[in-house]
Ligand binder design. Structure first.
Ligand code: SRM
Ligand code: SF4
Length: 585
């Protein structure tokens, strides 16, 4: 791929070499799984394993001790399950629950993209774990890797007829954009390599094809979300490709179109200003039946023009930024053979979840449960398994790492409410609005890229922030708090009205001022600060907000108006000066 702006590297990255030689994602994963001498697999295979939904990790809490004892790291695997729109049946839930207890570390993680993760799976248990999931029609294929990942979608199909139609679109996208390699079946399910009977060639690998992706797949991960206004719970502008559902008819109950937004993303690298989070731009609209074609055209353009030399510059947003959004839209129209229509009006009101019981248009009941840090442990899992055994609806993960027991029958409602209460599952309803709206990524001990704690630390930081919020009279005020253990931004921290990214153990960058509706990035306010400094910094700002906010003014808007930070207009503007002119000065 030749560069046209000097940023693209002329040589291919190592991961491109690995993909090209992998025979459609096979590598030597099968052989590595059978090697009894190590709990790990080969380095190249670890890259390929991601496409199959697995990450090789080691327990970072045990690293030093194992090194001192001259033992290999405590290798283990994270397994991610793709579930478009985060929806699973009670039978699938029970399988995940069983695997969490028997093959993993006893917990189940609900991710910020509506997927499930098992942590701590040993190499010896990987095949059985994935095969067991497959038996209940769950798949880990393409949960990670340089392909389209889990398709996010507003998880409330009960809220109006349009939600049901949109979920069907998410499923169609997920199905159509899945890799077509037979390696997944071969490695995890059949267990047999199909060799040519004459010369022993790997016949299956040779007859495989990837009509959309090609043999080297995409230059980088690719993410799609679908939002149903007025909820922007999927953080639509953080997606590589976002679709905004537009309802027609007097009651808006009929899906008539999707606005198309391209080029969002969160990850960046400290000290490298050419990397930055960015919000997707709306470039047009399409009819519902054109959705898959648009997604395929966007992906094909990124496949052909994305940077395959520099992985830090390989996401769609850089492809678009380098050549311009007008060029990209033209390229898209050319590939489609027709033109996107002009964008249609829409309005978002919020991003988070509404906890507790609601009644849907389908006359079923829905219970949204707060799951702190997205992690379900023994007590919660026991309660949810009890619910799954009697539940006739389904379970839905929200983009804020929460869980909906959805489509509950009138007859089951009281029983499910009792079980949920008995297992402490509804305790979240009594939390402050600050805690209910907070989200953290996994970070330590499993994430190999973590620089500081996130999931394990945020609850403790909130313990100390809550009294400050109460003292300022803001306990019922929704303020979006997001914490990530490094700048990669897995909890979408640059969309937090208050965002933290880890710099080193116990130290964080503090960002302020994102839009409550997920429509403005925040801005760096303080760098590399400790807990005491975080509390000391936020206390006066929260008090100032309580005193000086205008009616209905959101915290993120206030800190911009009050001059604590400037409004960040676009990703390119993200690393500019933090200072701003105060309207209140
Ligand atoms: Fe992420 C890498 C966890 C959502 C941006 N992410 C990782 C890895 C796999 C670390 C690694 O590469 O070794 C983390 C595994 C930790 C662990 O132990 O489980 C990890 N990411 C997660 C999850 C589990 C966070 C969570 O607590 O919920 C989320 C799983 C989502 C899913 O179900 O598919 C998760 N990651 C995100 C998001 C949010 C989103 O997609 O809406 C982002 C920001 C959006 C984006 O992609 O721009 C995100 N993760 C990254 C990046 C930076 C990518 C970039 O282009 O800059 C990395 C690092 C990388 O890819 O090199 C990363
Ligand atoms: Fe790991 Fe960083 Fe993602 Fe957190 S943000 S899960 S620390 S890669």
């Amino acid at each position: 791929m030749s560069g046209d702006n000097g940023k693209q590297s002329s040589s291919l990255s190592d991961v491109e070499r690995i993909k090209a030689g992998s025979r459609f994602l096979r590598g030597t994963i099968r052989e590595g799984l059978a090697d009894p001498l190590t709990g790990a697999i080969a380095v190249d295979d670890a890259q390929l394993l991601k496409f199959h939904g697995g990450y090789q990790q080691d327990d970072r809490d045990l690293r030093d001790e194992r090194r001192r004892s001259k033992l290999e790291p405590a290798y283990q695997f994270m397994v991610r399950v793709r579930a478009p729109g985060g929806i699973v049946t009670p039978a699938q839930w029970l399988t995940l629950d069983e695997l969490a207890r028997t093959s993993a570390d006893g917990s189940l993680r609900l991710t910020s993209r509506q997927s499930f993760q098992l942590h701590g799976v040993l190499k010896w248990d990987l095949r059985a774990t994935i095969a067991r999931m497959h038996a209940t029609l769950l798949s880990t294929l393409a949960a990670c890797g340089d392909v389209n990942r889990n398709v996010m979608c507003n998880p409330n199909p009960h809220a109006s007829a349009i939600h049901g139609q949109v979920y069907a679109c998410a499923q169609a996208l997920s199905e159509r954009l899945s890799p077509k390699t037979t390696a997944y079946h071969e490695i995890w399910l059949d267990g047999e390599k199909v060799l040519d009977s004459h010369d022993g060639r790997d016949a299956a690998a040779e007859s495989d094809a990837e009509p959309l992706y090609g043999p080297t797949y995409l230059p980088r991960k690719f993410k799609i979300g679908i939002a149903v206004p007025p909820s922007n719970d999927v953080d639509i502008f953080s997606q590589d490709l976002g679709f905004i559902a537009i309802g027609g008819d007097a009651d808006g109950a009929h899906l008539i179109a999707f606005n198309v937004a391209v080029g969002g993303g969160m990850g960046m690298t400290y000290g490298e200003p050419t990397t930055y989070p960015n919000l997707a731009q709306v470039v047009g609209s399409c009819a519902p039946e054109q959705l898959v074609a648009v997604a395929e055209a966007v992906i094909a353009a990124q496949r052909d023009f994305g940077d395959r030399g520099n992985r830090k510059h390989a996401r769609l947003r850089y492809t678009i930024e380098d050549r311009g959004v007008a060029w990209f839209t033209q390229e898209l129209n050319r590939r489609l053979g027709w033109e996107l229509a002009p964008p249609l009006p829409y309005a978002f009101a919020s991003t988070g979840d509404r906890l507790g019981w609601t009644r849907g248009v389908d006359d079923r009941h829905h219970l949204t449960l707060f799951v702190e840090g997205g992690r379900l442990r023994a007590e919660a899992l026991a309660g949810l398994a009890e619910i799954a055994r009697i539940h006739a609806g389904d379970f839905r993960l929200t983009p804020s790492q929460n869980l909906i027991v959805a489509r509950v029958r009138e007859a089951d409602r009281c029983r499910i409410a009792d079980i949920a209460a008995a297992h402490g599952l509804t305790a979240g309803e009594r939390h402050t609005a600050l805690r209910r709206g907070a989200m953290a990524c996994v970070a330590f001990p499993t994430c190999g890229l973590a620089m500081a704690e996130a999931e394990r630390y945020l609850p403790h930081l909130l313990d100390k922030l809550e009294p400050i919020v109460a003292e300022a009279g803001l306990q019922d005020q929704e303020i979006i708090v997001r914490m990530s253990g490094c700048p990669n931004g897995c909890s979408r921290p640059y969309l937090g009205e208050i965002g933290f990214t880890g710099k080193a153990p116990g130290r964080y960058n503090l960002y302020l001022g994102a839009g409550f509706r997920g429509d403005r990035l925040n801005c760096l306010y303080r760098e590399n600060i400790s807990e005491d400094e975080i509390l000391g910094t936020l206390r006066p700002i929260l008090h100032h907000y309580a005193r000086a906010r205008t009616p209905g003014e959101r915290f993120g808007d206030f800190v911009v108006r009050a001059g604590y930070v400037r409004a960040v207009a676009s990703g390119k503007d993200f690393h500019g000066e933090a200072t701003a002119v105060s309207a209140l000065a």
